[in-house]
Design a protein around this ligand. Structure first.
Ligand code: HXC
Length: 513
């Protein structure tokens, strides 16, 4: 009797684990894609996965809709490098990984567990979207997932791997998560597909051009990371998790490092070009100061005029925000403001200290920026810095002009420790712009305006464009030798480790979305 029951269990298990059947598994492999279960096995520690709701089936009253154990997704829990995570992985072999009522219920249940336990939730997307045959119940299922995404936001890290289609409103759950990794030539996300685009707008566009990994990593900013293949995708997720805590009540792990916290780098003294308008690569400075030069960049290909990402300094996880003079001279614009503001909010939600490196000539001018809302979007950056109560250390490397000085973690946005290099130029406007305004009349009446302008600009730079006025007023705490940047920031981070700061109670702020 018992034996029979065990046999039945084994047979049900086998049936569930074959998803939509051998033929569809082969079709999945022939597209160069792994199955939902193979993906989970690759991402989680060996043997750690426990599958939940393996025998769930749909309960649609459409008699033509075939039933498969487990329905459209595989869900459960396991560990990654020993750390607890919950996971769901859409099973494309079952009705194209489409989401019906019961698939949504099992995903929501998994998310509930993750929220209660306080550990990351990872979603692997390979899905045809709302299950057409289940009509409104599949739409409602998405509503349930969006609600759970919102409940989890800022409480546990939410990570999405996009390894297949993700169409229609289905894209909004990934968009509500903290990080999206898309696999090149496989992950595709769009609200309306190429056929609709052709029908409505008479535009010919391929799936890849419209919603492929590259499009979302470079243009829309939906993808934070682009992976070469599924293996690379899971490696990126593992690395990302290594910098962040389980939940908003925990601190990120301190990792022992063999990189001396007191290490100085004399190369930094001459890293800035003599000519302040010449380019240099901010990432060289970042790599010089962080532990073992290990910088894990987020949104690497999007809004490249600002650089954001994770690293460790003295073993502590930090989020870095830095202007990049190589692109748009490091000016702030709409996309860079959005990118940095969202990253700051993630770090603040998850107790990750913020290190800001500044070299920016200001906000990017022009009708394009103004009419597309630089005022609205730019304000998010200010809001995010002001709101953040984690330790904030800012170092002005080069230019810090106008609104961009304020926006990049300045003192009154409640940065804790503000450093500046001797090269720092802190002023309301850059020298050239400033003198055309304050010496307008004089320049108008000067026969040799070009030379006069040069002379006045030099005088302005000598007088105002340095860190010492700011240091006199206390908005720069210490002017530091560039080669000591690493030890000075680590000392500040250590000093601030037990920082406690709170904001007045509110239901939530009203950041200008
Ligand atoms: C039910 C679906 C399905 C869906 C795919 N399938 N999508 N079944 N509902 N949404 C089934 C197919 O019928 C097929 O079943 C199997 O999955 C594999 O699909 P194929 O088309 O053969 O695969 P492929 O050629 O790789 O194309 C994949 C695809 C395509 C690009 C995803 O299937 C597609 O365009 N699907 C529809 C996408 C879509 O419009 N979804 C609704 C979006 S609206 P068999 O039995 O033949 O193997 C939406 C609203 C959400 O999601 C709103 C939330 C707010």
């Amino acid at each position: 009797m018992h034996e029979e029951k065990i046999k039945r269990l084994a047979s049900m298990k086998k049936s569930a684990e074959s998803g939509g059947g051998q033929e569809r598994i082969e079709a999945q492999h022939s597209k160069g894609k792994l199955t939902a279960r193979e993906r989970i096995a690759l991402l989680l520690d060996e043997g750690s996965f426990v599958e939940l709701d393996k025998y769930i089936t749909h309960r649609s009253d459409d008699p033509t809709l075939p039933k498969f154990y487990g329905d459209g997704a595989v869900t459960g829990f396991g560990t990654i490098n020993g750390r607890q995570v919950f996971i769901f992985s859409f099973d494309f072999t079952v009705l194209g990984g489409s989401l019906g009522e019961m698939t949504s219920k099992k995903i929501a249940k998994t998310m509930d567990h993750a929220i209660k336990v306080g550990c990351p939730i990872i979603g692997i997307i390979d899905s045809g979207g709302a299950r057409i045959q289940e009509g409104v119940m599949s739409l409602d299922g998405y509503g349930e997932i969006f609600f759970h995404n919102t409940m989890a936001s800022g409480v546990i890290p939410q990570i999405t791997a996009s390894i297949g289609p993700c169409a229609g409103g289905a894209v909004y759950s990934p968009a509500m998560t903290d990080f999206v990794v898309m696999v090149e030539n496989v992950g595709q996300m769009f609200v309306t597909g190429p056929e609709v685009v052709k029908e409505v707008l008479s535009q010919e566009v391929s799936f890849e051009e419209l919603g492929g990994a590259r499009a979302h990593a470079t243009k829309s900013g939906v993808a934070h990371f682009i992976a070469n293949n599924e293996y690379d995708c899971f490696d990126k997720i593992k690395k990302l998790l290594s910098f962040i805590p389980h939940n908003n009540a925990e601190e990120p792990a301190i990792v022992e490092t063999n990189d001396d916290p007191n290490r100085i780098d004399p190369k930094l003294i001459n890293i800035l070009p003599e000519n302040p308008y010449q380019q240099y690569d901010m990432k060289e400075i970042i790599k010089s100061i962080v532990d073992n030069g290990d910088f894990f960049e987020v949104h690497e290909l999007f809004a490249e005029n600002i650089v954001v990402g994770f690293a460790r300094m003295g073993g502590r996880s930090i989020g870095i925000i830095a202007n990049q003079p190589m692109y748009l001279a490091g000016a702030l614009d709409i996309n860079s403001s959005n990118k940095a503001a969202r990253f700051i909010r993630f770090c603040d939600a998850f107790n990750i200290s913020i290190v800001t490196l500044v070299d920016t000539p200001g906000y990017l001018p022009g009708t394009d920026q103004e009419h597309n809302g630089i005022i609205r979007h730019g304000s998010k950056l200010l809001f995010a810095y002001c709101e953040a109560t984690v330790p904030k250390v800012t170092c002005i490397i080069g230019k810090a002009y106008g609104g961009a000085y304020i926006a990049m973690g300045s003192k009154n946005l409640r940065a804790d420790i503000n450093y500046a290099w001797p090269n720092a130029e802190i002023a309301v406007l850059g020298p050239e712009a400033a003198i055309t305004i304050i010496h307008r009349r004089e320049l108008k009446n000067t026969p040799n305006a070009v030379d006069t302008k040069k002379k006045l600009a030099k005088e302005f730079r000598d007088k105002f464009a340095n860190p010492y006025i700011a240091a006199e007023k206390g908005v720069i705490d210490v002017v530091i030798d560039p080669m000591e940047t690493r030890p000075m920031i680590i000392q500040a981070l250590n000093a601030l480790a037990n920082k406690k700061e709170s904001r007045p109670w509110k239901k939530h702020g009203n950041i200008n979305l």
